[in-house]
Unconditional design. Structure first.
Ligand code: MLT
Length: 333
């Protein structure tokens, strides 16, 4: 240990004794000194995994320690979230999650953590629409034909999703409401494996984030039908927007955020937030996001406070939306 570090630790110890600093601040001051694990609560190859790996690459360079991605998938992202909620708040285990984290309390009656208090928001990442895709062998060629086909075939349609409360599941619920469809749900641990089964024609349709839907549509392995927003995605301009498909209420924008367990020291939060901000300003990240139709949040929303405000508001919003839709832990399955 260098002389400077020893002096800093001694000064901190004196501040702790004087009640000015808290134990643990010395560790926070040196942070990070070892590998950081970023938990992705969905399968590899899906949109959360893609975003996590892009960030991990940039954040590793900024923090001077490797940020490794670990996929802890299952139960709509709640297994990975529970794992992070249980870990020490030392900045070495982080969570990337999206709006499903905020919908879960309305859809799971057995969560092992209190969503409102279990996490320290570190900063918002990206936001963007979803895209309804289908296997290439579906008879429908256009959005209008697909809606007519879905209405005609009713409960014969198989709709893949990434677990109860995942974006793909919430999007499928909104689609059901918009067109009065009663499809058969086929749950996966993430939209990565779900998309593989669309490509091979095992299931009919999937509502996926643009991040992983766009590359498949562009390479022609699946058919893109509807973008869940009023604005088209540049890379797939030919795919109808929800209003153009006659479904203006089929409107859903996802968002990802970065989290640590509750009680993470402020000095660690500040370092991670700064590394995240550098990643979001990285031209490679911006370019990759743009190519797949997703957008980094603007700098005015990069602070942990802005993230916390959105996070708490989204818990209330999804609680209200799901209640109005009559979706409960019992009916969601
Ligand atoms: C994933 O990475 O598989 C997705 O984020 C799952 C989802 O649709 O929520």
């Amino acid at each position: 240990m260098s002389f400077a570090i020893r002096c800093r630790r001694l000064a901190l110890a004196l501040l702790v004794l004087a009640g000015v600093a808290r134990p643990g601040d010395a560790a926070a001051d040196d942070y990070p000194t070892r590998i950081i694990t970023l938990v992705v609560p969905f399968a590899a190859g899906g949109p959360s995994d893609v975003i996590a790996r892009l960030l991990a690459h940039s954040m590793s360079q900024t923090l001077g320690q490797q940020v490794i991605v670990e996929n802890v998938a299952g139960a709509g992202g709640t297994i990975g979230a529970a794992r992070v909620a249980r870990t020490a708040p030392d900045g070495y285990t982080l969570l990337i999650h999206h709006l499903a984290l905020t919908a879960a309390p309305s859809l799971y009656s057995n969560l092992s953590y209190d969503t409102r208090t279990a996490f320290t928001p570190l900063g918002l990442i990206n936001t963007g629409p979803m895209v309804l895709v289908g296997r290439k062998t579906l008879a429908a060629q256009t959005a209008q034909e697909l809606v007519a086909y879905f209405k005609r075939e009713g409960d014969k349609i198989t709709m893949a999703h990434a677990g109860v409360g995942s974006n793909a599941h919430l999007c499928a619920i909104l689609l059901s409401q918009a067109i009065g469809l009663k499809q058969v749900y086929v749950p996966y641990n993430g939209t990565g494996p779900a998309m593989n089964d669309i490509v091979t024609g095992q299931v009919d349709a999937l509502c996926d984030q643009s991040t992983t839907a766009v590359p498949q549509i562009v390479s022609g392995t699946v058919r893109g039908y509807i973008v869940t927003s009023a604005t088209p995605i540049d890379a797939i301009k030919e795919v109808a927007t929800a209003p153009a498909a006659g479904l203006p209420e089929f409107d859903m924008a996802i968002w990802h955020g970065l989290y640590a367990p509750k009680d993470t020291p402020p000095a660690v939060v500040a370092k991670l937030n700064k590394a995240l901000a550098i990643a979001l300003a990285d031209s490679l990240v911006i370019e990759r996001f743009k190519a797949v139709g997703t957008t980094p949040f603007p700098p005015s929303e990069w602070s942990p406070e802005a993230h916390k405000t959105r996070f708490l508001a989204e818990i209330d919003r999804w609680g209200g939306l799901l209640k109005t839709a009559g979706v409960t832990p019992a009916t969601a399955r």
